[in-house]
Design a protein around this ligand. Sequence first.
Ligand SMILES: Nc1nc2c(c(=O)[nH]1)N[C@H]1C(S)=C(S)[C@@H](COP(=O)(O)OP(=O)(O)OC[C@H]3O[C@@H](n4cnc5c(=O)[nH]c(N)nc54)[C@H](O)[C@@H]3O)O[C@H]1N2
Ligand SMILES: Nc1nc2c(c(=O)[nH]1)N[C@H]1C(S)=C(S)[C@@H](COP(=O)(O)OP(=O)(O)OC[C@H]3O[C@@H](n4cnc5c(=O)[nH]c(N)nc54)[C@H](O)[C@@H]3O)O[C@H]1N2
Ligand code: SF4
Ligand SMILES: [Mo]
Length: 742
Amino acid sequence: MGRTALRICPLCEATCGLTVTVDDDGRLRSARGDADDVFSHGYICPKGASLPELDNDADRLSRPLIRRDGALVETDWAQALQAVVDRVGTIRAAHGATAVGVYLGNPTAHTVAGALHAPMLARTLGTTNIFSASTLDQMPKQIALGYLFGNPFAFCVPDLDRTDHLVIIGANPVVSNGSVTTAADFPGKLTALRKRGGHLTVIDPARTRTAKLADTHIAPRPGTDAALLFAVVHTLFDEDLVAVDLGGIAPYVSGVETLGEQARDFAPERVADHCGVSATEIRDLARGIAAAPSAAVYGRMGTTTVEFGTITSWLIDAVNILTGNLDRPGGVMFPTPPTAPAPRPPRPGRPFRTGRWRSRVSGHPEVAGELPAAALAEELDSPGDGRIRALITIGGNPVLSAPDGDRLSRALEAADLVVCVDPYLNETTRHADVILPPPPPSRSPHFDFLLNNLAVHATARYSPPVLPTDDGRPGESEILCRLILGFSGASTDADPAMVDEQVIAATLGKEVTDPHSPVAGRDVAELVAMLPDAPGHERRLDMMLRLGAYGDAFGARDDGITLADVLAAPHGIDLGPMRPRLPGVLRTESGTVELAADDLVADVERLRTALDRAPQGLVLIGRRNLRSNNSWMHNLTALSGGSNRCTLHVHPDDANRLGLDDIAVVRGPGGEVTVPVELSADILPGVVSLPHGWGHDLAGTRLSVAAAAPGANVNQLNDGSRMDPLSGTVTLNGLPVEIAPV
Ligand SMILES: Nc1nc2c(c(=O)[nH]1)N[C@H]1C(S)=C(S)[C@@H](COP(=O)(O)OP(=O)(O)OC[C@H]3O[C@@H](n4cnc5c(=O)[nH]c(N)nc54)[C@H](O)[C@@H]3O)O[C@H]1N2
Ligand SMILES: Nc1nc2c(c(=O)[nH]1)N[C@H]1C(S)=C(S)[C@@H](COP(=O)(O)OP(=O)(O)OC[C@H]3O[C@@H](n4cnc5c(=O)[nH]c(N)nc54)[C@H](O)[C@@H]3O)O[C@H]1N2
Ligand code: SF4
Ligand SMILES: [Mo]
């Protein structure tokens, strides 16, 4: 028998709506795409289809674990939470707030608790030692947004459904399903673009599945996109291709001339050898973007986790701006998510800056409130005042995902306290003193607070838990709220709803005094009384929706939405395509898009110097597989084996030259790994690729399927010393390596 239910997939940024079947015994049996979902229209990928297996995985932890006499043993929730609060309290009292570090991993971008409660937990601890997967990922993009628009969260995304020319740089969305751009069925959107006569350009040193769909594939040497994009900017000025009036936004843009001056040294003919791309290809690229009725340049991992990540991210949007493609349909636009506050008059902000504090050991500047993940190990293991003595991880596996996991493992082993909010006993959490496992997706609510900010089409969709949690087992929000209460001196037994009620009171208190708020001048108690009798996260969600751009303004707007409306539309509410948002989104001091911020311009000299550097030998890049998800989904039989393997892709010419056979040793600045070789004519000679997230052969984990085909940890090759200095983002793509036969 069983029944069906709807659940938004939490496994990647595409946020597909799924229809799941639930057995009478309360387990998920199958998942398929929800054809009526207003955002994803039935799309699903192999990972989404494996959601039931993930949900039912016998290796998932259901009870907290605590370390006693060296071994992790089950305990009850009250004891586990109290132990964490007591021990964190002791460490803070003895060594201060910074002695406690926090690492937030990728799933915190996909969970309700990650959006609403993890940042509060970090703030409650009052520590400056905050780390996240962002500095292994998209931070350069955010820093560029900070300088350009005054807000590192003012994401602009390609208008995939309407563009005439899409330029994808260093991304493989046919496999990754898209990132920092939320679009379900990215492959279908690329096919639709070509069907409507549009043009797809892909810039990638590998002929990926995305590149194979392209009209034009440009294959630069890894790490050289900054120079290539400067050459595009150069061409736009040189050939008089800068859009008249910047497509209508010129009144809101400053720094055009300075940018043109900076590009002067980067003629296509000058950078061609450095990039491994001919000057003609570069000029044609610039001409193609300028000539298209609309165009959108989009970059991902291959443009951020590189030596010049911030410059590259900056220039991507510079090209969008110069060609008149910012903030217009078919170009790149700022999404309006349903929980973003209703538009207010533009207000200038303070200058965007990084480095408000610095890391203790290497002096890395703070960026967007955090320090580089690559510096986590040294902050734990370098003696001296201010050392991190306790680390709390929430949904992260930095032992595999960050550089030099061996060093991080040793550092975690030596730490006074490690606490992990995580469903698995894996390479990182095996070092925990306490593991607090959240319930599986079927028993958790889902709303994309973060990813809606990146969505190419606005919708409001909410999945309540499909199944109830087992008696007494807290949801992830409750786990974090109880810790927040404990850390702020209250009892972990206190009502966790208090945490959300405080946020509600504070938010509404501010809103009613803001003359531009849709609830200006109203009574807070009256507004609070209008929220539903529901769990804290639903009350906050209702509040945010009602205050939001599409909201009912607490009854003041007849056609506005509330959570009740969203609940009444289980396939979601369609809120339409992206709309122009300039100048309202700008928070720069000048109130303009600052195209040539001083800090960005100052970094250009580093790039000029790199142009004359002797070419590196072999360089390593990453690759993703459709049936994989970073480090934590190798424990599912449905996703293991086959093409999803941890092999080294090598061009046949390189393999011949190096005398490679089946197995090779790869040496990098941080160490070496031994891996199977797979010949591939799709990768540029001189470039090799290895996927990340492997290396499941470490002792003390409980990952029975993953351990049977462990693969090797690519990040052991990386010592974390190479990074984009403006963003603290480590060079994961373009790492120099040496390779030898075994
Ligand atoms: N199936 C699957 N999907 C995923 C994930 C997963 O592990 N598996 N992970 C998710 C996460 S956390 C993220 S952040 C996204 C990432 O999403 P994407 O960025 O789309 O994924 P990647 O495969 O890392 O793509 C990076 C591309 O950059 C290319 N590249 C490397 N170096 C350079 C360079 O110097 N220049 C240029 N131009 N290109 C370069 C690589 O060949 C690769 O094709 O995927 C998400 N989706
Ligand atoms: N060489 C190389 N390294 C890379 C990358 C690369 O391309 N190349 N990609 C980088 C990128 S883009 C990213 S985002 C990082 C990812 O880095 P991390 O976020 O550190 O690692 P993940 O592998 O995503 O691990 C996710 C963790 O969350 C846990 N988890 C799963 N579901 C939940 C949940 O609902 N709640 C909680 N609390 N925990 C949960 C899992 O058990 C796992 O421990 O890796 C980075 N590392
Ligand atoms: S594309 Fe992403 S969101 Fe969609 S089903 Fe696959 S993993 Fe889930
Ligand atoms: Mo990521």
